[in-house]
Design a protein around this ligand. Sequence first.
Ligand SMILES: [Zn+2]
Length: 335
Amino acid sequence: MLCCVRTRLAIAGAIVGSVCALGLLAMRLLPSLAAAEIGPISSSSLGVPSPAAMVSQSERPQAAAAQNPVYDVLADESVGAFDWLPPGPSRCTRRDRRRYCDGPLRAPRPHGVAAARALRLGLGTRQAWFRALSVEAPVAEWLAAIPSGELTDTLLWPVTEGFLGRGFGQRLHGDPKATPHPGVDIPAAAHSRVRAAADGLVVYASDGRHGYGNVVMLLHRTGYVTVYAHCSALLVFPGQLVERGARIAEVGKTGLAHGNHLHFEWRRRGHARSPLRRLVERPDHATEAQLANLQRARRREAEARLAELRARAERNAARRARRAAQHAPTSPSSP
Ligand SMILES: [Zn+2]
């Protein structure tokens, strides 16, 4: 009997040993495979996720993935090491006598499994943006791509160092003819972290929507959509699955924005709704007041700097004009 048990233990040990050896071999091979698959998207290469792409997802060194490998958002530590897309033109335009630019684009180059997913599901395009904001039910395949997890209707306050600025539905300058605000504005310092309000799928991440600047749109399992606009940089690309709280962008003032802030929308079947009652982990009242004071001080400082630069430019222009007048050839005296 004892002999039989020993034999079984020996067989089990041998199996475990083989599995470990295979695991070690795989770990050695994976980095080279992962490095090989990162690159520009091409329709020919991304029709079906390649085994190498699958490897990339499991190999990516990220905290979120370590806890929950179904989410493939890039890790904070990889910020700065992105292969960025070319910035492209800023596409400036005017609205209400104000000039604004939707770019320059600052977004990582799509790659791997997420890029293949985006291609398969038709994400990241203008059509995807409008489809996600249409009154029709969300695309079933898009919803199916989001891993099942805890279903919650609460939304995480998207900028930890931000406070509530312009509220939902508020018309600009109280003008009754102005369009009601479809979201909330959260002013914060430039490049503050923007986090995902809930688990979701990146439907759009680019600068192609007028006035929004660099913008991310997420679809959540509840069928709701969240939008994060005016960002200075996007840290995700279409097709990626993001976990609640994951860093997805940085605060900026691209698009139709007066200062650095996040314009945050929460929509269902195209209709914007007030997210305020659902937002959790928002800074308390005193902290928000402090943040607002800090932001005002920053704005005053920036305005003073701008006024000084303008005054210096005017002084220089006047000096150049005086010099030009001194060195101008005197006109010949009339006979
Ligand atoms: Zn806004």
